[in-house]
Design a protein around this ligand. Structure first.
Ligand SMILES: Nc1nc2c(c(=O)[nH]1)N[C@H]1C(S)=C(S)[C@@H](COP(=O)(O)O)O[C@H]1N2
Ligand SMILES: [Mo]
Length: 239
């Protein structure tokens, strides 16, 4: 049984926190919107503190692209361990660790939450980029539904193909960080991470885990930090 969701209280909470991104009106891209953010995170003590989170959320949204700037041909598929096919009925997104209400959300639960869209440039370190429109729920909404502890400075993300990554709390709670279930106006293709993948304009492609099955809130990073991160790729990977 999945827990009962309460999108109304989430909306209220988000309004209280002042996290709302103005719906519909997308800002045009100009300059580096997150200039200095990685430096500040790098300098912060672990776990990341609430002050940093507030500072980041106070910066407002990263400028987005227009829907007509989306270029589907430019989006290459980058998968390193095959393409897992998840049964949409059996699928559960588990949220565990430092949360007051561990969750096992099915796709109907996710569809019942407020849906958001982000039109962003997806940048892969292998030398390609593509403007993509992702839609889904805010990761922040799912984490607040689970009751993320103030001690939860990091979120570990596990995928069905054994891909792994870990994020700082502030990036996970960023209002443009989504658990995407749709891409360019259509259901998310399997190759791009169906049924659920991460999407955000604030991080490089390798942080945007596909086929996400488990989120684990932790107080400090473990020995394993990520599939690519552990091979020397930058951990924060901010854009
Ligand atoms: N589970 C999983 N997520 C993943 C990957 C992967 O191999 N497995 N590749 C990453 C890399 S390097 C990039 S650039 C993007 C590619 O997303 P796309 O295949 O939808 O273009 O997914 C990221 N997320
Ligand atoms: Mo990538």
């Amino acid at each position: 049984m999945s827990p009962t969701l309460n999108p109304a209280s989430l909306l209220t909470r988000r309004r209280l926190l002042g996290l709302g991104v103005s719906g519909g009106s997308s800002l045009l891209l100009g300059g580096c919107a997150l200039n200095g953010f990685s430096e500040q995170v790098g300098a912060a003590t672990q776990p990341l503190n609430e002050r940093l989170e507030a500072w980041m959320q106070g910066r407002g949204p990263v400028p987005e692209f227009r829907r007509d700037q989306v270029d589907p041909e430019a989006l290459l598929v980058n998968s390193f361990n095959g393409t897992p096919r998840l049964d949409p009925v059996a699928y559960r997104l588990r949220v565990e660790g430092l949360v007051s209400r561990p969750l096992a959300l099915d796709l109907k639960d996710l569809a019942a939450l407020p849906q958001q869209r982000v039109v962003m440039r997806h940048v892969c370190v292998e030398g390609w980029a593509a403007i993509v429109a992702w839609s889904g729920v805010r990761l922040a909404d799912v984490l607040s539904l689970a009751g993320i502890s103030p001690l939860g400075g990091y979120v570990e993300i596990s995928s069905a193909d054994q891909y792994f990554s870990s994020w700082d709390r502030a990036s996970a709670l960023h209002p443009q960080t989504l658990l995407a279930t749709a891409m360019n106006g259509a259901p998310l293709p399997v190759a791009n991470g169906a049924p659920v993948r991460l999407a955000t304009p604030i991080k490089l492609g390798y942080k945007l885990s596909k086929w996400v099955t488990r989120l684990r809130v932790v107080s400090s990073l473990g020995v394993r930090r990520g599939t690519w991160e552990d091979k020397g790729y930058e951990w924060f990977a901010g854009l």
